[in-house]
Design a protein around this ligand. Structure first.
Ligand code: PLP
Length: 388
């Protein structure tokens, strides 16, 4: 790939080498293993010297193409693709900690990440502490001699709280912590944590990267140093992405920049409009001036992202009423699709949290999360008016 080109060009033109057929669109390599011309070539490859590919749990041309493009977009050196976003999040943590280690995480992390921190890693003697995403001055007090990782997500799901990526980078360097960012909500088109010193970025490629609600996928992208340990862990524990899913997502990356620009434009329009509707108590969107971290959002993000959340005055009843009234928007728990999706976090994605835990991450009973799709904004507004 050409390092001089802009990321969007590399996402379009960074395809694998043509085969003997000189195809224009990339072929799909549905094969579990690969062959070798000689026993010696096979032995060399197993010894880490040959050019060959061994087995699709390790490498596959369709998957490698996706990883190369994603590395170009994030400005990272190496990567691994997993079957889902959670496969990536789990591998990022499990590969980099040992018994007795401690993790610092910003409080507003994805629901299943919270389950890994609270239910799974403690089984192996790994502990964690939550710090507030928007209070970086307090983070240092939570660092212990055994703290190894700083794990964060910005903007958070569904609270849309931001973490100052530059401050976090300085903090991690000062305390010698490995800096991990779940960049799912922003995508590398809107922000690149690696530019602020992040060692490792994780993605649920299921969301905006595929962007059409078709396949699950996860990505781990980082410095060569950190990825060496992560790739070793993944090769031997087996979370690899299917070549088919990689082929789908790699194609999707060709349009990531135009899709994200359009999602963000519509989301800002919807957020502004929602703020003027009766029954809507509050609207949260990073690029609204009313967002408490608006200045930070403008500094570190190209645009506000495709997610808008809003609080309805009537609590659970009002939120259920809206979700039942819409005819165009989908009731689903996914996000990052061409189709607009409404979710009621308190009764679905975050129902396992106690009311106090929900309160702490800003999920009130009347909160609705809207993943703004690519339909005409006027049609979305007309649909929401059925239930507002
Ligand atoms: C969806 C999501 C995940 C998990 O990804 P899957 O592909 O569903 O496994 C992780 N982090 C964030 C921020 C997400 O939105």
């Amino acid at each position: 790939m050409n390092d001089e080109q802009q990321p969007q060009t590399r996402a379009i033109r960074g395809q694998m080498q043509q085969t003997a057929y000189r195809e224009h669109s990339t072929p799909l390599f549905l094969t579990s293993s690969f062959t070798f011309p000689t026993a010696e070539a096979m032995a060399d490859t197993f010894a880490g010297q040959g050019e060959g590919i061994i087995y699709s749990r390790y490498n596959n041309p369709s998957v490698d193409e996706l990883i190369a493009k994603a590395c170009a977009l994030e400005g990272m050196e190496a990567g691994f693709a997993t079957a889902s976003g959670m496969g990536a999040v789990f591998a990022s943590l499990a590969a980099l900690v040992e018994q007795g280690d401690h993790i610092l995480a910003t409080r507003a992390v994805f629901g299943s990440t919270h389950q890994i921190l609270t239910q799974i890693l403690p089984k192996w003697g790994v502990t964690f502490t939550y710090v507030e995403p928007d209070a970086p001055d307090d983070w240092a007090a939570a660092v212990r001699p055994e703290t190894k990782l700083f794990v964060t997500e910005t903007p958070s799901n569904p609270g849309l709280r931001l973490v100052d990526l530059e401050r976090a980078g300085t903090f991690c360097r000062t305390h010698g912590l490995t800096y991990i960012v779940d960049n799912c909500f922003a995508t590398p088109h809107l922000q690149r944590p690696g530019d602020y010193g992040a060692d490792l970025v994780t993605h649920s490629a299921t969301k905006w990267m595929d962007g059409q609600g078709r396949v699950l996928g996860g990505l781990l992208l980082g410095t060569s140093e950190v990825m060496e340990r992560v790739i070793f862990f993944c090769r031997h524990t087996g979370p690899a992405m299917s070549p088919f899913n990689a082929w789908v997502i790699s194609k999707s990356l060709e349009t990531l920049h135009i899709r994200m620009d359009a999602h963000c434009r519509s989301a800002l329009e919807m957020a502004t409009w929602l703020g003027e509707q009766r029954g809507v108590a509050r609207v949260h969107y990073p690029f609204l001036k009313s967002h408490p971290q608006y200045a930070l959002a403008r500094r570190q993000m190209r645009a506000g992202g495709g997610i808008v959340t809003f609080e309805l005055e009537g609590g659970v009843a009002a939120a259920s009423g809206l979700l039942n009234a819409v005819q165009l928007c989908s009731r689903s728990s996914n996000l990052g699709d061409t189709r607009t999706i409404l979710t009621h976090p308190a009764t679905t994605t975050h129902s396992k949290l106690t009311p106090e835990e929900r309160e702490a991450v800003g999920i009130s009973d009347g909160l609705v999360r809207m993943s703004v799709g690519l339909e005409a904004v006027a049609d979305l507004q007309a649909d929401l008016l059925r239930g507002l």
